[in-house]
Design a protein around this ligand. Structure first.
Ligand SMILES: Nc1nc2c(ncn2[C@@H]2O[C@H](COP(=O)(O)OP(=O)(O)OP(=O)(O)O)[C@@H](O)[C@H]2O)c(=O)[nH]1
Length: 519
């Protein structure tokens, strides 16, 4: 391998390790310190060629970690959505819409952030309790919790309601069964270490068997507790990976120093040989000087020459052995480097492919939420630094659930593919659009003040509404609601999004097919 290609490899690997370690940063302080350590090792100029081997091992682990994490996040989101649905189906209940929307919006924003899962579950508990306190008057003691109330009602009714769970309201027994079922499903998917099997079994048992209603809030607390442990475990996996990475870096350093040592041994043995040879020659010269007859001189020289020739032979054997050893090491090292070069190429394309995949929404081909999160912070910072305006709009298709329910999921997907195209037609070239999740899109208007951005958002709303969809031969009008706001100096992207999302909520509340700006 040439010096320049090895330098390139080193630079590339350093970048790859830095990027990989960035993925782990911000999860927990312990992890951050390991990540920092790795960066320092790299910056110090450790033999980065061998880091490739580490990355090859780490790559599947990271991908697998991401996939498992995403699957779990989806389950948490689906569970919460299902629980909210069940709450709404409860007979005679009135779920406070503002709180519900707020929780839904929180779920939309935070479902992928594992550290927020416990607080989302708590959010649901609080919504359930509020639902009870805003429902028709009931004896005060029965309002303490959603589940308590459900059961009290069943006890006081003294009858079983067998209404169909898919039609309108449900009775308490049905809801309790479904709540238990949903939560047991969640528990089974938390992938906790086996030492928690017993806790999960006990909890499942309690969910299916309990008749003591006072136990239920406690059981839900236990669910939150297990979720917290599961979140911690994900970080533990990542910590293990990083400490493995660190160990491998240490072993690389060790192999370099052992190679340096063997070089030192080689020069030492050459020096020893020179010394020995010089001594033998000096001794011979002195012996020759002292000798006074030809025969003894002849035998002395014979003897000395034999010794010198033996020393040289011994040195030659040693040299051959060392050379053989060195050649073997060089071949091994060459093979390693060749393999690493190959691995680097495939890893690089795999990483690029994964990165592109991870940043693009497969249904709409739009950049997705991860891409949004990557882009928004530097964009906001740049606009704030250069004192230029930036606006952000959250755009949500109205009554999209009805589209799915009436024309099927495939028709829903068609709408999701076509609406962004219509939106793009109404936007300026420099505007950016992301699929944030479900039927929600985020539009970023760089270099644009609120008045102009609002006008473009209004054009978006109008274009979508005025372009009917062909649904099984019927022209159907689809509308969108949009919340829009302008970035303030010092404001974080999260705060900006949250203000736009609030305006979206107001647009929905005030009848949908509206643009509401935060002025
Ligand atoms: N077809 C399809 N549906 C999706 C996709 N992602 C999310 N959805 C559905 O989008 C629907 C969103 O429904 P809601 O959040 O109740 O919102 P909505 O019916 O649009 O009502 P409002 O927002 O209040 O106007 C849910 O039924 C989801 O199942 C997708 O990729 N394809």
């Amino acid at each position: 391998m040439t010096d320049s290609s090895s330098d390139e490899l080193v630079i590339m690997l350093r970048k790859a390790v830095s990027r990989t370690s960035l993925l782990a940063e911000g999860n927990d302080p312990k992890l951050d310190s390991i990540v920092r350590q790795i960066r320092q090792t790299i910056t110090k100029g450790a033999n980065a060629k061998e880091i490739q081997a580490v990355l090859s091992n780490a790559e599947p682990l990271l991908i697998q970690n991401d996939e498992v994490q995403l699957k779990r996040a989806r389950l948490i989101r689906a569970t919460l959505e299902r629980l909210i649905d069940l709450l709404e189906k409860q007979e005679g209940s009135r779920v406070p819409q503002r709180d519900k929307k707020q929780l839904e919006s929180q779920i939309r924003v935070q479902w992928q952030t594992s550290s927020q899962w416990p607080s989302l579950v708590k959010g649901f508990l609080s919504l359930a309790q509020k639902t009870l306190s805003t429902s028709e008057p009931e004896p005060p003691e029965s309002r303490s919790s959603f589940l308590t109330r459900l059961f009290n009602r069943q006890e006081s009714d003294g009858q079983q309601n067998t209404s169909n769970p898919n039609q309108g309201t449900l009775d308490s027994a049905d809801i309790m069964k479904q709540v238990s079922h949903t939560l047991i499903d969640l528990l089974n998917n938390l992938a906790l270490p086996s030492r928690y099997d017993e806790n999960i079994n006990d909890l499942e048992h309690a969910f299916t068997q309990t008749t003591n209603l006072q136990d239920l809030p406690g059981l839900l607390d236990e669910v939150v507790h297990l979720i917290m442990i599961s979140v911690g475990k994900t970080q533990e996996n990542l910590t293990n990976y990083l400490s493995q990475l660190n160990k491998q870096l240490a072993s690389i350093n060790e192999s370099i120093s052992s190679s340096v040592n063997s070089q030192a041994n080689l020069s030492q043995s050459r020096e020893n040989f020179n010394c020995k040879l010089q001594n033998q020659v000096t001794n011979t010269a002195e012996a020759v000087k002292k000798s006074n007859d030809l025969d003894s001189l002849k035998s002395l020289i014979d003897e000395r020459l034999t010794t010198i020739s033996e020393t040289m032979e011994e040195h030659k054997t040693q040299m051959i052995e060392q050379e053989r050893h060195a050649n073997q090491s060089i071949t091994q090292l060459k093979n390693k480097v060749t393999k690493m070069e190959k691995d680097t190429v495939s890893l690089r394309s795999l990483l690029q492919e994964k990165l592109a995949q991870a940043m693009t929404d497969s249904l709409t081909d739009l950049p997705n939420r991860t891409a949004y999160q990557d882009a928004i912070l530097p964009l906001c910072k740049f606009m704030q630094k250069t004192k230029k305006p930036l606006c952000l709009a959250v755009c949500d298709i109205d009554f999209f659930k009805k589209v799915n329910d009436t024309w099927g999921h495939q028709a829903g997907d068609k709408v999701l593919r076509l609406v962004p195209k219509q939106i793009k037609n109404a936007l300026a070239k420099e505007d950016l659009m992301f699929r944030y999740g479900g039927e929600e899109f985020v539009i970023v208007f760089p270099n644009t003040a609120l008045k102009d951005a609002e006008a473009r958002a209004e054009a978006v709303r109008r274009t979508v509404f005025e372009t009917p969809f062909n649904m099984q031969g019927e022209p159907i009008n689809i509308s969108v609601s949009i919340g829009i706001t302008q970035l303030m100096p010092q404001e974080s992207p999260e705060a900006l999004f949250s203000r736009a999302d609030k305006q979206l909520y107001l647009a929905k509340e005030s009848g949908r097919n509206k643009v509401v700006a935060d002025k």
